[in-house]
Design a protein around this ligand. Structure first.
Ligand code: C5P
Length: 234
């Protein structure tokens, strides 16, 4: 049983959620999906119907959005077998994966005040796991660099563009959402660009992260590799 923190970062479509969740199950650890927090905050902004410009990664015109995102009533549950995201008391797991939230989330996640607020909450959840003596696997974009820079193990997942687009598209199809690999590929590229070029905590690998390429490994192969790495650090 791992009692520390594993940070899993990387761009979309590299298998982060499946991997981080599966690793948490194998390690008997908790699981925190920070992308779901940015997505739920984005959904709150969309529901409040305040101005939101999906193409911007600065705060201009987003004053109202900042207020709504920071005031959002978000509750995360960290059981890896049944992770839940609640907004205003209702489960929004399906809604936050839809195309509308996906289109807008990079603009909201680029707002530094919103980030500070959610990072505080993420650190609180990590500290709670430590206080309870259980490990936690935290996935996102800035976990190893900003949220938990002293994590016991930092993983940075990568995969080829083709594999990433294919995976996202298959996920959409399974969830009953319309999709095709070429538009999914374009959306991934757009989000990568916004997430990597923003000034507030851009997506990048921590210097001490172990890079794992998931293009050629199946999920069990990735999990075996990460479990070995966790055992070495644990
Ligand atoms: O991982 P997921 O695709 O659900 O993340 C959605 C978006 O949330 C990302 O494109 C990124 O803009 C943002 N995000 C972030 N920092 C994190 C996790 C997610 O900025 N730690």
């Amino acid at each position: 049983v791992l009692q520390g923190v594993v940070a899993v970062d990387g761009p979309s479509g590299t298998g982060k959620s499946t991997t981080a969740r599966g690793l948490a199950v194998r390690l008997g650890a908790r699981y925190l999906d920070t992308g779901a927090m940015y997505r739920a905050a984005t959904l709150a902004v969309m529901r409040a119907d305040v101005p939101l410009d999906a193409s911007r990664t600065d705060a201009d015109g987003h004053d109202d959005a900042v207020g709504v995102a920071m005031g959002a009533d978000l509750v995360m549950s960290t059981d890896p077998t049944e992770p839940r995201v609640r907004l205003d008391g209702a489960d929004v797991a399906a809604e936050i994966r839809g195309a509308d939230v996906t289109r807008n989330v990079s603009a909201i996640s680029a707002l530094s005040e919103v980030r500070r607020h959610l990072v505080d909450e993420q650190r609180r959840i990590v500290a709670e796991a430590a206080a309870d003596g259980v490990g936690i696997v935290v996935e996102g974009r800035d976990i190893g660099t900003v949220v938990v820079p002293d994590a016991d193990l930092k993983i940075y997942l990568v995969a080829s563009d083709t594999v990433r687009a294919g995976r996202r598209s298959a996920e959409d199809t399974t969830a009953g959402r319309a999709s095709d690999p070429s538009t999914t590929g374009a959306d991934l590229a757009r989000r990568d660009k916004l997430d990597s070029s923003r000034t507030a905590s851009p997506l990048r690998a921590a210097e001490d992260a172990v890079e794992v390429d998931t293009s050629v490994l199946d999920i069990e192969g990735v999990l075996d590799r990460l479990e070995d790495l966790a055992a070495e650090r644990g």
